[in-house]
Design a protein around this ligand. Structure first.
Ligand SMILES: [Zn+2]
Ligand SMILES: [Zn+2]
Length: 415
């Protein structure tokens, strides 16, 4: 007698191909309430391979809203627990979840997302939503975005193609400005702690509905991208929102916003090139390798023109946030807390960092102009994550920027 598949019931749905689910790799950004529901649904529909990224640890207040966390998990990284939860619940034999405990805007290499078939964006702040949406467009990856507020939820799928509205087409200029303010606070160096806090009013019922909808869309995208089956239309560029007050779910197609910066892809910018390099290589070696392969005059640019919602400056020197004495920092800006910007004397005296700190920010590095100490630092120490895609710019305007992937990291983190 033929053995019945564990996913037999869903395979009876017209046109359903379990093999598409079986071989897909799904990136999940965030491991909070909505991500828990997404990951649970991915596990129970037979997905075999996911990647989860989140920077936080589980707190007491997370427990009532999360199916993958338990009381004993308080204080542990959400990303790891969510990955373990996926493997525990998965119906596919040998299912594997990879995870990363990092801020997706700074610690997640773009190459990790390049190795996913689609990305589900479950984060709770506009900056990260915009950033992930931007990277997905650059990589031509479909992206499913969900958000919850109170009993309500919203959902939108963005196409890998550039001709349909994306998340950034929808966001108001005011929200985009707020998102940028979090990273570009002109009078200070450290990120605002308040901006990182999540105190939104949410409930598991909204997360459950949004999580279900997101995985339904993920399944549709896999079918649609393979054979453009209209019955599996993921409705790219359509926002669906549920309002508990009215009891209604409404959908509308968002027009492509003229001037939306989000629609270029790496392919249109010249493509992503292999490098054999790793985030553990020293900057000097990396620049020499680029000179060897592509000629003189290229500088590494930490901030990319094509990714406007980030701030990846490297801080060489700053001024003490108490007494204004100059201090040597030599660290990426995003990694700095207020306490890191006290001089040794003020720190020893237990002073409180009150003043804004002025700092010397560096964005570009070249063999000719960068100091020895920095050339001897590893890319990782400059704030570059494993498997990242780096931009190298030339002083010669006629030469396009180069985009090189740190594929030397592929062995340990390749998904
Ligand atoms: Zn757009
Ligand atoms: Zn001081």
């Amino acid at each position: 007698m033929k053995e019945t598949s564990l996913t037999d019931r869903q395979e009876r749905i017209a046109g359903f191909k379990q093999s598409l689910i079986d071989r897909a790799v799904i990136g999940v950004i965030g491991a909070g309430r909505t991500a828990n529901e997404v990951i649970k649904n991915l596990a129970l529909t037979g997905f075999r391979s996911i990647f989860v990224c989140d920077m936080d640890s589980v707190s007491d207040t997370n427990l009532p809203g999360t199916v993958l966390f338990r009381k004993a998990d308080v204080g542990e990284p959400k990303a790891r627990l969510a990955a373990e939860g996926f493997e525990r619940l998965a119906v596919a034999e040998g299912a594997k979840a990879r995870w990363l405990c990092a801020d997706a805007c700074y610690g997640l290499g773009e190459g990790v997302l390049r190795r996913c078939d689609l990305v589900i964006n479950c984060v709770d702040n506009t900056q990260t939503r915009l950033y992930i949406s931007r990277i997905c467009k650059l990589l031509e990856k479909p992206c499913v975005d969900i958000g919850i507020s109170g009993f309500d939820w919203t959902h939108m799928a963005s196409s890998p193609d550039s001709d349909k509205a994306c998340y950034a087409c929808v966001i108001s200029p005011r929200d985009a400005h707020e998102a940028l303010k979090r990273v570009r606070n002109s009078c200070d160096v450290t990120l605002s702690e308040a901006a990182k806090e999540d105190r939104a009013a949410t409930i598991i019922t909204a997360a459950a509905m949004a999580g279900g909808k997101a995985v339904e869309t993920a399944i549709k995208i896999l079918h649609y991208e393979e054979r453009e089956d209209r019955s599996y239309d993921p409705f790219y560029g359509v926002i669906t929102s549920y309002s508990a007050a009215s009891g209604r779910t409404e959908s509308f197609r968002v027009p492509l916003r003229e001037g939306c910066e989000n629609h270029l892809s790496y392919r249109e910018l010249g493509g992503i090139r292999p490098s054999g390099l790793s985030a553990d290589d020293e900057l000097g070696k990396v620049l020499e390798r680029v000179r060897e392969l592509y000629g003189e005059g290229y500088s590494l640019s930490l901030e990319k023109d094509c990714v406007p919602v980030s701030n990846k400056a490297f801080i060489r020197r700053a001024f003490c946030k108490c007494c204004q004495a100059p201090i040597e920092v030599y660290r990426p800006q995003f990694s700095l807390s207020d306490e890191d910007l006290l001089c040794e004397d003020c720190r020893a005296a237990g002073k409180i960092p009150l003043l804004p700190s002025r700092a010397e920010r560096i964005y570009r590095f070249s063999l000719a102009e960068t100091e020895e100490r920095i050339l001897g630092m590893k890319l990782r120490e400059l704030g570059v994550p494993a498997l990242h895609i780096l931009e190298f710019v030339s002083g010669d305007e006629s030469r396009l920027p180069l985009f090189l992937e740190l594929d030397g990291d592929g062995k340990e983190e390749n998904i």
